[in-house]
Design a protein around this ligand. Structure first.
Ligand code: ADP
Ligand code: GN1
Ligand code: MG
Length: 369
């Protein structure tokens, strides 16, 4: 299910309630999971654009439940944004209905497609450029969690069970090592050792949750920095996107993934790990922004674990990249041989850097909490 330039996107988009004549549909963005296309349409008022996505149903096994989650979450967010005088079409994702009124279209081949309004005059960044961006992104994700705190009704569906459950991710790594289906384990002994020797500490968040010390909330669960759009004019974070994993979770997973993607000094797939460090100015901006956005809704037990959370999530995602490498790259999209191994290396290097700087990071948190 990789982005396919020959795909007949015209035959997909005509299933959605879109005014205008189709001009083109091209692969878009750098997400690792779904196939995203930018659709351009001609209307009497000028060109309009939409985002069309084929949901990766190898990963999201029940796309209809996933869409139900997103519809509930965006409806809730839109009403809050409207009440606050904001522009819900710009500050929230907006699902466009299909011709049958559902928020997805299922093709005869069994693929699920959805369409969103395109958020104009804004961009996502794979690497943070300024502390102000990260502070603002932190505010947006912190606020996002806060706004969902009073969402009524049944719990959201768990779109990927045990998504950030670190001990389970380690169990899956062990399975992949044992199966060694691509004969790659012998080449990654050091990486395996790095993972296994940290398994106890990295299980801390799950343990604290099991002991009832950390509350389960509605969380985003994929707060990497390129999942928030930055407004071109104001340079402020305008909209949180990529809502596929919004479900019950720990707020620390959201904060931790922002540490992972916001403090790193190189791209996630940088082959030269000597370029990978942890930028503490960025960390400070993130702590400030996240606490501002969450506006007092976090418990002190949660804030106590901010620094550890950065390591846990970076480690856990490194373990997932390593596991996928051992399994033959079946989960994350790759664009070159060894891509997942490069990604694992940057994550493990960042874990080491975060370990080195833990004392200074604690002091930063203490200044703003
Ligand atoms: P994935 O799950 O594969 O990461 P995303 O939902 O994050 O997919 O989308 C991939 C990219 O497409 C985003 O990083 C962003 O640049 C762009 N994008 C997604 N939704 C929108 C939108 N509504 N408006 C503008 N750009 C979008
Ligand atoms: C994936 O969908 P995307 O590219 O925003 C992944 C995250 C990982 C991330 C690593 C559903 O995020 O969990 O942290 O790649 N999403 C899913 O970059 O597995
Ligand atoms: Mg994404």
């Amino acid at each position: 299910m990789s982005a396919d330039k020959n795909l007949d996107i015209a035959s997909i988009v005509r299933n959605f309630r879109i005014d205008g004549d189709f001009i083109s549909g091209m692969p878009y963005g750098s997400g690792h999971i779904n196939d995203t296309y930018l659709g351009r349409f001609k209307t009497p008022a000028g060109e309009t654009r939409y985002i069309h996505q084929r949901i990766n149903h190898n990963i999201f096994k029940q796309p209809e439940l996933l869409i139900e989650n997103i519809a509930r979450v965006t409806t809730h967010l839109r009403s809050k944004i409207q009440k606050a005088g904001g522009d819900p079409n710009r500050e929230s994702l907006t699902l466009v209905p299909a011709n049958d009124g559902k928020f997805f279209h299922k093709t005869p081949a069994g693929d699920y497609w959805r369409t969103y309004l395109f958020i104009d005059r804004a961009k996502t960044y794979d690497l943070v450029e300024t502390p102000e961006h990260l502070r603002s992104g932190g505010q947006a994700f912190g606020r996002f969690g806060g706004m969902l705190g009073d969402m009524k009704g049944e719990p959201l569906h768990e779109t990927i069970p045990m998504f950030h459950h670190t001990p389970n991710r380690l169990a899956l790594l062990r399975e992949a090592i044992d199966a060694d289906c691509r004969n790659r384990a012998a080449g990654v002994k050091k990486e395996i050792q790095f993972a296994l020797e940290r398994s106890d500490e990295m299980g801390t968040l799950v343990r604290l949750q099991q002991e009832g010390k950390l509350p389960v909330r509605i969380t985003h669960n994929d707060t990497k920095f390129n999942n928030v759009m930055i407004d071109d004019d104001t340079q402020k974070a305008i909209c949180v996107i990529d809502l596929d994993t919004v479900m019950p979770g720990l707020v620390l997973y959201d904060f931790g993934d922002m540490v992972r993607t916001g403090t790193i000094t190189a791209m996630e797939d940088e082959p030269d790990v000597s370029k990978v460090g942890a930028n503490l100015t960025m960390f400070e901006a993130l702590v400030r922004g996240y606490l501002e956005g969450a506006a007092g809704s976090l418990t002190s037990a949660e804030v106590d674990q901010f620094v550890l959370a950065g390591r846990v999530i970076t480690f856990t995602i490194g373990v997932r990249f390593l596991t996928d490498y051992l399994k033959g790259d079946v989960y994350f999209k790759i664009r070159r041989e060894g891509h997942n191994l490069d990604r694992c290396h940057t994550q493990f290097k960042l874990v080491s850097e975060l370990e080195k700087h833990a004392g200074e990071m604690d002091k930063i948190v203490a200044r703003y909490r």
